[in-house]
Design a protein around this ligand. Structure first.
Ligand code: MN
Length: 236
């Protein structure tokens, strides 16, 4: 048996981060929260009643963020990986029990993300009443564009959210149709977790989710925020 020396861990620690559009400064990411079923048409396509059940959240690891323009390596252990295009909120100022009325003061900016999902493993977990991690949190599971500061674009409350696969329309919705709006999401999430600068929140996907295949080009966006493009590469 080989014994590993403590010195072998003296690699420089890396802090996951996202680009900030038109800036040399990067946004260090602390946590990645995601909300499930936040558009009625997507809740329905997944077999659920969208009548404003309380929002629920899951997390991804910050090191699963993948920058715009990356190759997304088809993840291991799955034969059914789905795209979910989402508006992403970047928290610039922390807080707990944040009131809805002042929630937007905590937002630094917005981005476009893909909540990549191993749907087959998620479905198994759901059936067994187990946590979703295995379906949601894996290497490369969170492609995300550069963050556009709210100081530049304000706080978008409507606008098309869309995704094309190989130039073909797949997902289409409007962020104005979210069941829980950004201020409500922040208020609700901050009742369970103290938010800090560096937290990002994937805010849910509209209908039209579906499988991706090696060689696919995913191109999505939120009007008024930006776009993201990812290529699906072979498994590592
Ligand atoms: Mn999602």
């Amino acid at each position: 048996m080989t014994v590993q020396s403590p010195e072998s861990f003296l690699f420089p620690p890396t802090v996951p981060s996202l680009a900030i559009s038109d800036s040399a400064v990067r946004f260090p990411v602390r946590r990645v929260y995601c909300i499930g079923r936040n558009y009625a048409d997507h809740a329905r396509e997944m077999g659920h009643d969208p009548d404003r059940e309380p929002p629920f959240f899951f997390t991804k690891q910050p090191d699963s963020l993948l920058p715009d323009g990356s190759v997304f390596a088809y993840p291991q252990a799955s034969a059914e990986v789905h795209h979910e295009v989402e508006m992403v909120v970047a928290i610039g100022r922390g807080g707990a029990e944040i009131p809805v009325e002042s929630a937007l003061e905590h937002v630094f900016g917005y981005a476009v993300g893909l909540d990549m999902t191993r749907r087959d493993l998620q479905a198994e977990a759901k059936r067994a009443g187990r946590p979703w991690e295995i379906g949601k949190a894996f290497d490369g599971a969170a492609p995300c564009s550069a963050i556009v500061p709210a100081a530049r674009i304000g706080h978008p409350s409507s606008g098309a959210i869309w995704l094309e696969v190989n130039g073909e329309a797949r997902q289409r919705g409007d962020i104005g149709d979210q069941i829980w709006r950004v201020p409500e999401l922040i208020a609700h999430l901050s009742r369970y977790f103290a938010l800090e600068a560096g937290d990002v929140i994937f805010t849910g996907t509209p209908a039209g989710v579906g499988p991706v295949h090696v060689g696919d080009r995913l191109h999505g966006g939120v009007d008024g925020i930006g776009t993201i493009t990812i290529e699906v590469g072979a498994a590592r």
